[in-house]
Write a protein that binds this ligand. Structure first.
Ligand code: NAI
Ligand code: MG
Length: 654
């Protein structure tokens, strides 16, 4: 096996040197079901670019080919459809059959249930896809869209070489390249000569039967081709490939099957190339160069060993103007999490504070204009930032509902990338071997801290049945001891809620808990007569469906649920659209490890809660968000990568 990067079994997390007595590690996990949509201009290349990394990371893939060009992807996916001229023999590709699927079809219908979408195609369709993703489950979307790439010829250029290269940059693949050098800028001093020679080169271009050697240019994708292909599409739709899970495999095994997959692709290169030419009309000599590469050089590579006599490097550059919208529950903390990495990466920041909490986000010591703080309301100031054409990136923390709004504003304006840190319904799981007194104290802290107004609050306290009654008794006693009152007074544990709207909402949730038959152990009403204070409230005998229907309570209300065994609590904890954080309380390392791996959340705290550190990444699975804040992970939110390519003129020395 040569020519392949061997990285599939090396996807690794980090161990983070945070301050204090905590062991911190990160796990890199597959996202789940990945939907991928590819265009018709580079079929197998697009196929490989998309499925390689998705499978290497342990995801299950549903790939929709372009309606014009279904053949090669279906063939390598071994969907048994293609039997033209009886010439093709099917060999077992070696991936578990449900792990990747070639899907046929027109449009974007298939996407609504996938966990992640990767799309290559037109900007207009990209916008449509982003919006269907935002309106369904906020699945993250990566886009590789069209370009209008400049090709710049300076006055000192070697005109003959420049002509040849500009010709290639545009005419390659019948001009059907997203990166094609479609705007050739030529310096006036060499312009006339360039035009003359470009014309001569174009006249020399060989156009014709794409199977013939020496042909440079085949036909365009056209309607006749399309009709021919439609027959295959219809038979594909009739055969109805179904989606099953199965992408979760250990790195080693995944690596093995992927290498087998790669080998077979290489072995079948000729058949695949023929299919590409049948499909697309591209010159056979240029079709289907199977190439499998590692992910490592794409994440960290600054100098890239590309094939051929070219020097390739990447530059990590700031995105430009970063717009940031923060909520009111941790004004200064949110400010720091947002502004720090954006500035560290060289961006200019416009930060909108929450209307409730404009005061703390001051700034000093920076060059004028670098950090700009705007106070204002969401639907006016916030929306203006999200939809501004000159803002290049948006980072948002707040409610899921508003997250959906800002992502749509970003799409409708300039497609700025958006990172989201949204709400959660975090489980706090107390196992039967836990020290009950410690668990009670920690569960209390995980929920009541900050008046219960934490995105990662341990709002679903699951307690093993064997210690349930004791736990409830002690949790109630602890809540009764909680000191509520003037937040400026020493010793006060709990102040008022943020405003009357949230205060009323919390009291409504409490009433509905009582109406639905949960047992109100303590609290349940306002504290005192003035201000938005709420008595620390504990419910027992809470059923999952009581909490499922509602969004975050976001107040001092603890709900204690009973469980019998680990599998059950894992299933119940994961049966949520959210996946921000979880607490696990146990003395047993095996139980801790099982829960750590099984819970679909961005942070797992074992025998602790709310441990934050600048080095520890924070963010959500599922609808709790996209992207990570803090740690080295947050830097990629604020950087873009530029590939720089130049020819090497003296290969003898390399
Ligand atoms: P929100 O998400 O509406 O507000 C957060 C930020 O978004 C504020 O700066 C606000 O001005 C801005 N905003 C609001 N509407 C906007 C729009 N149309 N365009 C652009 N920006 C907009 O949250 P809200 O209404 O204060 O609280 C509602 C619920 O959200 C809470 O009860 C809680 O459940 C949840 N929440 C979650 C937070 C978290 O840390 N994940 C923080 C705050 C609230
Ligand atoms: Mg709101």
């Amino acid at each position: 096996m040569s020519g392949h990067g061997r990285e599939k079994d090396k996807i690794r997390g980090l161990t983070v040197p945070a301050e204090g007595p905590h062991q911190v590690q990160t796990l890199q996990e597959g996202i789940g079901f990945v939907g991928q949509i590819i265009p018709w201009n580079f079929l197998l290349l697009m196929y490989a670019w998309k499925i390689g990394p998705a499978l290497a990371c342990g995801n299950t893939v549903v790939l929709k080919t372009a309606e014009q060009t279904p053949l090669s992807a279906l063939y390598v996916s071994k969907v048994e459809l293609v039997h033209f001229q009886g010439a093709l023999e099917h060999k077992e590709i070696g991936l578990p059959c449900s792990v990747r699927r070639g899907e046929l079809g027109i449009g974007i219908r298939v996407l609504v249930t996938e966990a992640q979408v990767a799309f290559t195609g037109s900007t207009k369709t990209g916008e449509a896809i982003l919006q269907s993703a935002a309106m369904s489950n906020l699945k993250p979307v990566t886009l590789e869209l069209g370009g209008k790439s400049p090709f710049i010829v300076c006055e000192d250029a070697n005109v003959d070489e420049a002509v040849e290269m500009a010709h290639f940059a545009l005419f390659f693949n019948q001009g059907q390249c997203c990166a094609s050098g479609s705007r050739t800028f030529v310096h006036e001093s060499v312009y006339d000569e360039f035009v003359e020679k470009a014309k001569a080169r174009a006249l020399r271009r060989t156009v014709g039967d794409p199977f013939k050697a020496g042909i440079e240019q085949g036909p365009q994708i056209d309607s006749k081709q399309f009709e021919k292909i439609m027959r295959y599409i219809r038979s594909g739709v009739e055969s109805g490939a179904t989606l099953e899970s199965g992408g979760e495999r250990f790195g080693k095994e995944r690596s093995r099957v992927m290498w087998r997959f790669a080998d077979l692709l290489e072995d079948h290169n000729d058949q695949i190339a023929a299919l590409e030419t049948w499909d697309n009309g591209k010159p056979y000599e240029q079709a289907a160069k199977v190439e499998v590469q590692s992910w490592a050089d794409k994440i960290h590579g600054l100098t890239i060993p590309a094939d051929g006599l070219h020097h390739v490097q990447t530059l990590h550059e700031p995105i430009g103007v970063a717009g940031q919208i923060i909520p009111w529950n941790f004004p200064l903390l949110m400010y720091a999490w947002k502004v720090g990495p954006a500035l560290a990466c060289g961006n200019t920041v416009i930060l909108k504070t929450a209307e409730q909490t404009p005061l703390s986000a001051l700034h000093a010591g920076l060059p004028p204009g670098v950090l700009n703080v705007v106070s204002g309301y969401g639907p006016t100031a916030g929306a203006a930032l999200a939809s501004h054409m000159d803002v290049n990136k948006l980072a948002f923390t707040g409610s899921t509902e508003t997250g959906k709004i800002v992502i749509q504003l970003a799409e409708k304006s300039n497609l700025k990338p958006v990172t989201l840190e949204l709400g959660g319904k975090s489980p706090f799981i107390v196992c039967e071997d836990a020290n009950v007194d410690e668990a009670v104290e920690l569960a209390h802290f995980s929920l009541f801290f900050n008046q219960g107004q934490c995105c990662c609050a341990g709002s679903h306290t699951y307690v093993h049945e064997r210690i349930y009654d004791e736990f409830v008794e002690k949790a109630k006693a602890r809540a009764l001891k909680r000191v509520v009152g003037d937040p400026f007074k020493a010793g006060t544990e709990q102040g008022p809620q943020i405003d009357s709207e949230k205060f009323e909402k919390i009291l409504r949730y409490i009433r509905s808990g009582v109406d639905n038959g949960a047992t109100l152990e303590t609290g349940g009403e306002r504290f005192g007569t003035g201000g938005y204070f709420i008595k620390p409230t504990v419910f027992s005998n809470v059923q999952d469906d009581m909490l499922k229907a509602q969004d975050e309570i976001f107040g001092p209300v603890q709900s204690i649920l009973k469980f019998k065994d680990l599998d059950e609590v894992i299933r119940r904890a994961n049966a949520s659209n959210c996946g921000l954080a979880a607490g696990v309380f146990t003395q047993n390392i095996d139980t801790a490890n099982t829960l750590t791996r099984a819970l679909r959340v961005g942070t797992v705290w074992i025998n602790c809660f709310d441990v934050f550190d600048a080095a520890i990444p924070f963010g959500g699975y599922k609808m709790s968000g996209n992207g990570r804040e803090k740690g080295i992970y947050c830097l990629q939110n604020y950087l873009q990568v530029k590939a720089v390519v130049s020819p090497l003129k003296n290969p003898a020395w390399l």
